[in-house]
Design a protein around this ligand. Structure first.
Ligand SMILES: Nc1ncnc2c1ncn2[C@@H]1O[C@H](COP(=O)(O)OP(=O)(O)OP(=O)(O)O)[C@@H](O)[C@H]1O
Ligand SMILES: [Mg+2]
Length: 627
């Protein structure tokens, strides 16, 4: 063919309609959400136009949406007193699939660069047809607001045809009557309808009331919805009590939140979010598959709760709502998995939460401590998983330390700021619990130099050491690994010299201990690590330390036997005594017992079990009895 012609696609209307009705939405119950959203849009439009054209609101309407069930007739009617439709509009909006009068309305205002354009829900021009999922026929009776309008009726069975005729209707607005299909009786049930309104349309800003037996609800009946989409209002207009009440309602909590974060973002992605940090951790915080606390809304209409796509795992304690106008209403979770808008929202909220925490840490340390006690261990997971924000997370970390009292925390920043000039590295000690950490012999010399040591005692700390690596250019160094060199260069040289001299004096004893413990330790050496204790065990620079080893074993992991290094304090009276014993009599049988006791002490002081507790006890008893 030589001549190029453009052809328009043709469609089998019935099939497209079937597709829209049966494949677009995963759940039948969604129809109610769609019809209520349309009603809300219609009122919003009337209200907006009424601002400039008084004839539209001549009847001074109290805006409302009514749901009326009739169990006998098996009909469900949804009425609004919104803008209504002319015959022509009805024909276009409900007669053309994917034609959205709502979208056209917003677009026209935007094109005219009007300000305060109302945020309407409808976008695609398909939501209405979801009614056919539950209805065998749908009747729409509508009267357009304004002077000289005529009421019109639209009827269709969703089979590709519809009829239009004149109708009788006095008050402006629209009523959609659904003749329910067989088996759809649940949608006549007050309780079920109430549940659906709460779930999907709770934050629609007009009262949704329920009427039975085909009778309209009374004007003063309590609405089914709370109408309070707090996140859409300006921060300055919202009272603390309102935030608190909203949080309690949303999170089903008794207590007020620790912190409220109200976010409104405009630009490349637009969304609003109301986020809460609870005061206390829920019992399920550390459980696998814990539900996330964020719900997603699209233009005030509920899409889903527990949205794990909106927050990284390590911020799973945050509760709240996110409302975006950049997402389609008929989204499913699967579709959102890799959605660019969702990813942007996620990274934005993550940043916001981290910066709020940083501020809290700076401005309100007490509040931050409450937060950290509850959620610090979860936050730490972020070091491992959120590479992009690792530095921000590091700055939020706090640890108990050898200088801080009780379980008080110190941040890495404060630690670094308080480091004496001779201290180059950040010292830490991994341990199962604070008590064991505090009495570790490994601390002694470090403490004497006036250095502080961070205690890593949370189970997760084992895993984050690697990711932590360094802070502001200062390396993290374990005080129970490798050889620890402390103090100024002169001090270091002096210590080294002293040890070398002592090594000569102690040679015989060191050899004996090495031989006796050859199965248990890889090396025996003199060390400046202690001042008061006689001995301790340390790991090789690259090996696992004691608590890591126990953790791995507890998790049923194969751990190759880790031989550690026994370090001795040459200044200690006990060591001096043993040296005397070996000099007097190399074959003294007591020496072996003493070595066992020494090794036992080293094990006990780091919280490890003894190899042979009975023998240890017997030896101690013997010593006490002076045998
Ligand atoms: N209760 C109503 N009052 C006035 N107009 C209505 C009402 N319900 C629907 N309409 C009109 O019919 C159109 C089609 O509705 P439909 O729900 O199919 O699409 P939409 O709301 O525009 O978009 P979406 O697919 O996102 O719901 C609307 O855009 C609106 O112009
Ligand atoms: Mg709609």
């Amino acid at each position: 063919m030589s001549n190029k012609k453009t052809h328009a696609f043709k469609a089998e209307i019935q099939q497209v309609l079937d597709l829209v009705i049966h494949s677009l939405y995963s759940k039948k119950e969604i129809f109610l959400r769609e019809l209520l959203s349309n009603a809300s849009d219609a009122i919003e439009r009337a209200q907006y136009l009424g601002l400039t054209d008084k004839s539209i609101v001549a009847d001074a309407p109290a805006w409302k949406i009514d749901i009326v069930a009739d169990k006998e007739d098996k009909t469900l009617a949804i009425s609004d007193n919104g803008i209504g439709m002319t015959e022509e509009e009805l024909d276009k909006n409900l007669g053309v699939i994917a034609n959205s009068g709502t979208k056209a309305f917003t677009q026209a205002l935007k094109d005219k660069e009007q300000t305060n354009v109302p945020e309407l829900i409808g976008q695609f021009g398909v939501g209405f047809y979801s009614a056919f999922m539950v209805a065998e026929s749908v009747t729409v009776i509508t009267l357009k607001r304004g002077e000289g309008q005529k009421a019109v009726k639209w009827i269709s069975a969703g089979d590709g045809n519809y009829t239009l005729e004149e109708a009788a209707r006095e008050k402006p607005g629209t009523t959609i009557v659904l003749k329910l299909r067989e088996g759809m009786d649940e949608y006549l049930d007050e309780w079920r309808l109430r549940e659906l309104v709460k779930k999907y349309s709770d934050f629609i800003s007009y009262p949704i009331r329920f009427g039975e037996k085909g009778e309209a609800p009374k004007e003063d009946a309590a609405p089914l919805n709370t109408m309070k989409a707090l996140w859409k209002r300006a921060k300055s207009e919202i009272k603390d009590e309102e935030y608190e009440e909203f949080y309690k309602h949303l999170a089903r909590e008794q207590q007020a939140p620790l912190k409220t974060i109200h976010v409104s973002v405009e630009g490349a992605v637009e969304f609003k979010a109301l986020l809460f940090i609870p005061k206390e951790a829920g019992f399920d915080l550390m459980m696998p598959n814990k539900k996330h606390g964020l719900s997603l809304y699209v233009r005030t209409v509920f899409i889903g709760s527990d949205f794990d796509l909106l927050l990284p795992e390590y911020l799973r304690f945050v509760k709240g709502v996110v409302d975006s106008s950049d997402l389609p209403l008929n989204v499913s979770r699967e579709m959102l998995q890799d959605d660019a808008v969702i990813r942007k929202i996620k990274s934005n909220i993550t940043g916001k939460i981290l910066s709020t925490l940083a501020e809290m840490m700076k401005d309100n340390p007490e509040e931050y401590k409450t937060f950290y006690r509850a959620f610090g261990r979860v936050l730490k997971e972020g070091l491992h998983f959120d590479f992009e924000n690792a530095d921000k997370i590091k700055a939020l970390l706090m640890f108990p330390s050898s200088k801080s009292e009780g379980s008080a925390f110190i941040s890495l920043k404060d630690y670094a700021a308080a480091m004496p000039e001779t201290q180059k590295d950040i010292y830490y000690l991994l341990s199962e619990d604070l008590e064991t950490a505090r009495i570790s012999p490994q601390l002694e010399a470090v403490r004497k130099h006036g250095y502080d040591v961070l205690f890593f005692v949370d189970a997760i700390d084992q895993w984050i050491v690697e990711s932590l690596g360094e802070f502001e250019g200062k390396k993290l160094v374990a005080i129970d690994k490798g050889s620890l060199e402390l103090g100024s260069d002169t001090e270091k040289a002096e210590t080294k010299k002293k040890l070398e001299e002592a090594a000569g004096d102690y040679k015989a004893l060191l050899d004996l201990i090495k031989e006796h413990l050859k199965e248990d330790v890889s090396e025996v050496r003199l060390s400046p690590r202690m001042t008061d204790s006689a001995c301790c065990l340390v790991a090789d620079e690259h090996a696992m330390n004691a608590s890591m080893e126990r953790l791995m074993k507890a998790m049923n992991q194969e751990v190759p036997k880790q031989l550690r290094i026994l370090e001795l304090n040459p200044e200690h009276a006990l060591l001096k005594r043993m040296k005397g014993m070996i000099e007097a009599d190399k074959g003294n049988p007591k020496l072996a017992d003493y070595v066992d006791l020494l090794y036992g002490q080293a094990l006990l002081s780091e919280g490890s079990p003894l190899k042979n507790p009975q023998r240890f006890n017997r030896l101690v008893a013997g010593l006490m009895a002076g045998v």
